[in-house]
Design a protein around this ligand. Structure first.
Ligand code: ADP
Ligand code: MG
Length: 234
């Protein structure tokens, strides 16, 4: 519990700092990127392939900073999102093409078991962020292929919707489980360590929770959300 409070405070602080500096970083970055793109194109035309490989790396690295800034901005976004009843399955199916192309690259099979479930009350973009981050992590955990299973179910007794993201990847060692939701914790060379922090923050804001299981092999992340309550029960 104490750990959770500390984590939320840390996230709030990061959010505040981020909101202050993210724009200041993004604007100059956009002009650097623009000019670099021009240089990159010119070098391609004039056959300066050695330098083009440098500008290529620079553009990739700029994208990395851009990604980090975007994630920081998401963490700092105020919660003035309009909530509405949402069909989880529709959201997942909208993300499928994005995930499919990435999965294909790494020889990963997608197994979507989408049973219809009651609506949840949330913002579409928030849910997309959560699901995308979990599916990306799953794919990144299977560099040599595997299966990503996405399954929806409804717990009638608890009136909760559960979405499982199960991979057959590298798994998470026990000693690491407590740290994976910490902001900036990453084991990846190109990671930001913000994905799971963001997921947890969003799911908490929705009154739900995230569970992680690493029994057997691979990893399962479960997102648990309360269903939309009829107005007369509010
Ligand atoms: P990032 O993906 O940028 O590293 P995240 O917050 O999304 O940051 O994840 C934090 C860490 O949790 C990852 O670096 C990885 O070590 C671990 N992790 C997350 N999801 C999985 C997964 N499906 N399988 C194995 N490890 C995972
Ligand atoms: Mg991630």
């Amino acid at each position: 519990m104490e750990q959770k409070i500390q984590r939320n405070e840390k996230l709030a602080t990061i959010g505040k700092i981020a909101a202050g500096i993210a724009h200041e970083i993004r604007n100059p970055l956009t002009s650097i990127k623009g000019f670099l793109q021009i240089m990159n194109d010119d070098m391609q035309k004039s056959g300066l392939s050695k330098y083009q490989s440098y500008t290529g790396v620079m553009l990739t690295e700029i994208e990395r900073i851009n990604g980090l800034v975007s994630e920081l901005l998401l963490l700092s976004k105020p919660k003035n999102v309009k909530f509405q009843p949402i069909d989880i399955i529709e959201v997942i199916l909208e993300l499928k093409p994005i995930i499919q192309s990435e999965a294909h690259l790494y020889n990963i099979k997608l197994d979507f078991r989408l049973l219809s479930v009651p609506n949840v009350f949330a913002g579409t973009e928030m849910l997309k962020q959560v699901f995308l981050n979990l599916m990306k992590n799953a794919i990144e955990a299977m560099p040599n292929g595997g299966t990503l299973t996405v399954e929806t179910c409804f717990d009638v007794a608890e009136q909760l919707v559960r979405i499982d993201f199960r991979d057959t990847g590298v798994g998470i060692p026990h000693y690491m489980i407590d740290r994976i939701f910490d902001a900036f914790f990453t084991t990846k060379e190109m990671g930001t360590g913000l994905g799971l922090s963001l997921c947890q923050k969003i799911v908490n804001d929705l009154g739900g929770s995230i569970r992680v299981g690493n029994k057997g092999f691979g990893t399962t992340f479960s997102v648990i959300l309360p269903i939309e309550k009829p107005a007369n029960e509010e």
